[in-house]
Design a protein around this ligand. Sequence first.
Ligand code: ASP
Ligand code: MG
Length: 287
Amino acid sequence: MARIVMKFGGTSMAGTERIRRVAQLVKRQAERGDEVAVVVSAMAGDTDRLVNFCREANALYDPAEYDVVVAAGEQITAGLLAITLQALGCEARSWLGWQMPIHTDNAHAKARVGSIDSQELLASMQAGNIAVIPGFQGLTDDNRITTLGRGGSDTSAVAVAAAVKADRCDIYTDVDGVYTTDPRIVARARKLKAVTYEEMLELASVGSKVLQTRSVGLAMKEGVRIQVLSSFVDDSAPDADSIPGTMIVTDAELENSQVERQLITGIAHDKNEAKITLTRVPDRPGA
Ligand code: ASP
Ligand code: MG
């Protein structure tokens, strides 16, 4: 028996059909006798839609109220997944950010997770109830809703995994792992069996969209074992415990598992950067 946190991104949660697929993957994990918590994103596109509503309402919106609006996307998918799991005969319930609660600072729209009160959650998981947790959201000390910044559900998943001391945090997405570079651009890109936290941190911070940068930093600090894998698989696919995706591991672990290490792990790119060269600037301090 293991304790597993499963996280599903926006494309995995986009619509009731996809959510049913997610529920089947969760059920399969729970049927192994594991204690399972699931962290979910909003349906793909929904958070953008909610952000736009705020902008339309007032370009100078109050960030605290923005958080109330954008946190709603994850509340919907969490409830829907719990309902779908119940339809498959599983015991499941949702745990909203304020219900646990997941404590954060009060930096609205980019809050940082402080601590998570996980005793009740853990007791429920141990009793065989699947916990469904909306990602991205938390609560300040004065009981205001916060969100963790775009892509923040990854950080929620890692924070929950650290709080319940999970054996593994499986991050399900629409690609089957971390590649040497973007496979949509470079046909020869290869899937990596493992990358180190430091390498993943670098890849994420220079444009790889697989994981939110902060989630990798938190996982490194808390020693959370992460696997990146695809939810777009059928029943014949190998199960998550056989590690079909990419593991994010410590330097020492990677050293032990590979005879010969790559000098360069991967190449990331970012289209939102430009280079400007100024010429004929006098080469002296202050210029
Ligand atoms: N729904 C949020 C976003 O789109 C958080 C997440 O999906 O990780 O940024
Ligand atoms: Mg994401």
